[in-house]
Design a protein around this ligand. Sequence first.
Ligand code: BGC
Length: 749
Amino acid sequence: MAKVAQRYIEIDPWKLREVGFHEKQAVVSESLFSLSNEYMGVRGFFDEGYPKETLIGTYFNGIYEIPKDIRRSHYKGISDKLHYMVNAANIFYTRLYLGNELYVFDPKKISHYERTLDFKTGESVRSYQYENLFSISFKRLLNMTNYALAHQVITIKPLDYHGPVTLQIGLDFNTKHWGNPGFWEVSDHKDYAILGHTTTHQSVFEMFQIHVNVPVVSKHTYDQKCQTEIMIFDLNQEVIIHKDIVSFIDKAGETSFDSYLNQAQELLKSASYKETLNQNQLFYQTYFDHNDIKIEGDLANQQGIRYCLFQLVNTYQGVSEKNNIGAKGLTGEAYSGHAFWDSETYCLPVYLFSNPKAAKNLLMFRYNTLEQARKRAKELDCKGACYPIATLNGDEACDLWQHASLQFQPTSAVAYAIWHYIKNTKDVDFLLDFGFEMLVEIARFFSSRGQYNQDQTKFGYYGVMGPDEFQMMVNHNAYTNLLGKESMSYMIEVFNKYQEDRRVKHVIEKLGLHIEEIEVMKDQCEKMYIPYDEHTKIYEQHEGFHDLPHIDIHSIPVTDFPLYSHWSYDRIYRNDMIKQPDVLMFMFLYNSHFDLETKKVNYDYYEPKTIHESSLSPSIHSIFAAELGYTKQALDFFGFATRMDIDDYNRNTKEGLHLTSIAAAWVNIVYGFGGLRSDGEMLKLSPMCPNNWSSYEFTIHYMDSNIRVHVTKDELTLNVDQKVKEAILIYDKVYHLEKGITKIHVMEH
Ligand code: BGC
């Protein structure tokens, strides 16, 4: 696998630490040191400005723009509702003048550079010395519970410089997006407060207050969407400037300036860096008390997985059912802030077993956007509902037709996620109040999009693209066919079981669901064609895959990666090279359907063809490698998953963090080494401890109980906070876990 670590961050179990300024990785660091709190996100750009490549990014969940040059395609079904999460105001805008001269960061003139990000507080601190003149530090915090609050502290200490200093700090709506300026219209402003609007009529209100520990001469300025305070002082002692910022958003853009102003003034009265630091400390302590993953004997992976846990909770904790998880979270412009099938497939399991309310909210996002999914199905000449491949607000916003029109992973992922959620929470109310309606529409989509072959013996999907995005417009992709079948049969199962329930009756009536429709679906499920060779036990990824020209992936030079920017577009699609798991993906989702031998032959066949160009890929392979006893491979893949961004394995961390593959890292350790299986009759655990580790620990929240799992080479210890309501299969034995500690001998895989 052509992945090479670009390691420059110090290893530390609870922090990121960059010691000395790494100019080549300056933009990677901006991504790594990003802060977010589900509501907003700020990249780790330099407050004082950086003279070379930089992405000054501040994003709000769900605040978007539409590309100005959208032209309707002549082809029906190609989405014209494109949108992207737009870069908002720079809330940490800072300019420093020594005398009259603008201070510019110069790597050659600074020393003692250090930047840290503390996972226990969410505090980011950057400090350095400028020649022998002064030292400076910048601290930042986003409040994890009072989401609208952010803080900045700037400390300047004189060394040999004792002259006048001008510090200009404020809010700047002149931000660029994709390198272009001019996205924001400022409709109102007043000293310290500014109200910006997007062309989509959403609004972002910003206000700040400042406290300085020395007397300063100050004046207030407003210029071209930039609201600042200019402070002049002599640098004779340590000067500390505290800035508290309130950011409010209104997705409907209806809140008036005065109403925003009143609320902001109120909030600022009690706002302080110290207060937020205390609140964050408590927040992260509670979070890690419940969710920490400990690895003894492997500091690099310990840091990696903690960083993943930290960024996961920052990105999404289920605060609002209107929020979703962008593939890059709130940390960059790549992928436009869009949520993909990643949310249900990779992120939902994490929340399902740590914060089920958040898992439910992720599903509610899909319920709330069902109407758009219905429209999308119609655009594709189908019935029911087709969920978007990429979206912020429920509309399909993917501008590559082959992805948006041929990929049905998001649609089947929603059905799968409902099934998975219900199975592991028994939240039947959710199923009947919201789930069933989505299931009917999803089943209708799969029923109407599929076709029979000429002699009517095979049903399936023609002209599709499965999870492996290196195979476009194929027939009978095994993943799509299998998931289509499972989506329809689950709907039928729920229908059969609950058709007398008042809520189900209501949906049946509202949607006009007839028994004939169900009969048709049953036949389609029966005839669903899954390409499979009984002799070899290999599933063919799609009809014809086995005959594709072969490429030895190890012959591809490292410098060709990522392939999407080095190979001509069509060249990627004409051979047996795989981007990410496809057959292995459905074997992961329905793990208990397949015996070990089948998993092994399919892994052995497909893994050597896979280049893992998607960051979502290594973790699934690691899980299989662990199950099959390929422990070394399992650990190698796990290392990529936990440190994908810290070590910039995919060479594109500068564009933003791979947030959903961060979720996949959790799935990797818990399903991989922990052997969790949540798709069978019973929840199953079969942990093993890799040789290089002395032990590891994680928590599963299941049926209202917290199960702390501690694994050494020989002993598995389960510490349960209250009797688990359902039986659990541990290795091959059924356990009814009581409150307290249970010890079990570790079994070999
Ligand atoms: C992957 C998709 C994924 C998307 C967002 C792509 O590279 O192929 O499966 O949904 O990234 O993470």
